[in-house]
Design a binder for this molecule. Structure first.
Ligand SMILES: [Zn+2]
Length: 458
């Protein structure tokens, strides 16, 4: 097979189409392998599937990178070349490679609004065009909250043939191995049970939470969470022989994204029931209503029956997590809690207090923890964190000062400014000192990646 000399082929086409500034005449391929690699990038950018496959046959590594960390998949993503993306995925390329700016091919496709390319790269994700896909937030169920007030409907839904039950024992979910690992990202899924498999237990009226419908069709499959604390695990293993009750953290961080979202809903509610058995107003016992979404005081004279109360419904605790950007915009502030794994740095975070706005909490927490004063606060995205029922509100904030001053009594043992190149090393586990940031499942990771991507080689 013959290939035209690279400089005649116009190998800089890929770089031009990607906006990559470095692959110019200043970077001359020095050998045949490099020429083939550049031709691979060029073909990927232009959508030439046949040529892409020829280059791979010519022994070019499917995940080969240029000097800015771009792979063929990224060039295809940048230019919306869906056929090339599919071919490269079939050839076993990795979707998780990061370029030197910390972006994956999916980030690049999203940035350039190539929705078909994003779809192909999302590998069947629930909502490919969703703005931000934070782990624990991808619950696909329709909560159908109006159904909760119809106990007869709930009674019948429990007994449908296609109803699905997920199990918890002492708040630990019953998981099984994910044998359908298309994306190779998840290790576990929720073990699903039918009514017939649980009929004996359900007849004893355990705590049962209506989680939602699979679609907007009222006849679609209904999901419930059921507390099976006390039930012998061996009975459940008759259904899923390798299933087990998992320690929720960190094992549920390795779940299928959609199941992680369903788990987050279920465990947050179950934890609330576990901790709030009595009326917060008068101390009487409470009765579960609304398919697990309400607890009502059994004392008819209790004040909680009148007016607006926040004692009867499951609680959610807002918490702020923020990436602080330096006044010159070139560095970001990360900290280390004593409880973190060694060498891990993350965003600062803290609980919102009553009467505070998001901006108030951000400014107070950052100053308390690091001594840095921040001004502008930009909301990024949120993430349910079901330990026990936190809602992480992610923000990017802009510092007005730079001098770090740690509070000796605080749980933060270190905080420092990091440059963008150093952050990329931490994101890609290539930091010379072994420092790293939390994994993709944490919203901190998404905040850091967003900042890195803002002045990128996209
Ligand atoms: Zn009461």
């Amino acid at each position: 097979m013959r290939f035209r000399p690279l400089f005649r082929l116009g190998f800089s086409c890929a770089s031009r189409m990607s906006g990559d500034r470095t692959t110019s005449s200043a970077v001359r391929p020095s050998n045949v392998a490099t020429q083939y690699q550049e031709q691979l990038f060029d073909s990927a950018a232009k959508g030439n599937v046949e040529h892409v496959l020829a280059m791979l046959k010519a022994a070019v590594d499917v995940d080969a990178k240029n000097d800015r960390g771009w792979t063929a998949l990224m060039f295809a993503a940048r230019n919306g070349q869906v056929s090339v993306i599919k071919s490269l995925l079939e050839q076993g390329c990795s979707m998780n490679v990061l370029n030197s700016s910390g972006q994956t091919a999916l980030d690049i496709a999203d940035f350039w609004n190539h929705s078909d390319a994003s779809s192909a790269l999302s590998d069947g994700a629930v909502v490919p065009t969703q703005e931000c896909q934070n782990y624990y937030s991808l619950n696909p169920l329709n909560r159908a909250s109006d159904r909760r007030k119809h106990p007869e409907w709930i009674h019948q839904a429990v007994r449908r043939d296609n109803t699905k039950f997920i199990l918890f024992s002492d708040l630990n979910p019953f998981l099984i191995e994910d044998t359908n690992q298309k994306s190779k990202k998840s290790k576990y899924v929720l073990g699903l049970f039918s009514y017939n498999q649980l009929a004996e237990h359900i007849s004893k009226k355990p705590l049962l939470i209506f989680l939602g419908l699979e679609t907007w069709d009222p006849e679609s499959a209904v999901w419930f969470a059921v507390d099976v604390t006390g039930v012998e695990e061996s009975k459940l293993k008759d259904v899923h022989k390798d299933g087990f009750f998992a320690n929720p953290f960190p094992l549920t961080m390795q779940m299928d994204d959609r199941h992680a979202g369903i788990f987050a809903e279920a465990r947050s509610i179950l934890t609330w029931h576990d901790r709030y058995s009595f009326c917060a107003t008068c101390g009487s016992s409470t009765v579960v209503q609304e398919a697990g979404y309400k607890r009502v005081c059994s004392n008819a004279d209790c004040r909680s029956h009148k007016g607006i109360n926040n004692t009867c419904y499951p609680r959610v605790d807002p918490s702020l997590i923020m990436l602080v950007v330096s006044p010159d915009g070139n560095r970001c502030l990360l900290g280390r809690k004593k409880t973190f794994p060694p060498k891990m740095f993350s965003c600062l975070a803290g609980f919102m207090e009553p009467g505070e706005s998001i901006e108030d909490t951000c400014r107070r927490e950052v100053e308390e923890e690091s001594g840095i004063q921040v001004g502008r606060v930009e909301y990024h995205s949120s993430q349910p964190w079901p330990f026990p029922a936190v809602l992480m509100l992610g923000c990017i904030t802009h510092a007005k000062t730079e001098t770090i001053k740690l509070d000796n009594d605080d749980e933060l043992e270190a905080a420092q400014w990091f440059s963008r190149p150093e952050i990329v090393q931490m994101l890609t586990h290539q930091h010379p000192g072994g420092l790293f940031v939390p994994p993709r499942q944490a919203i901190a990771h998404q905040l850091i990646r967003t900042w890195v991507g803002k002045t990128s080689n996209l």
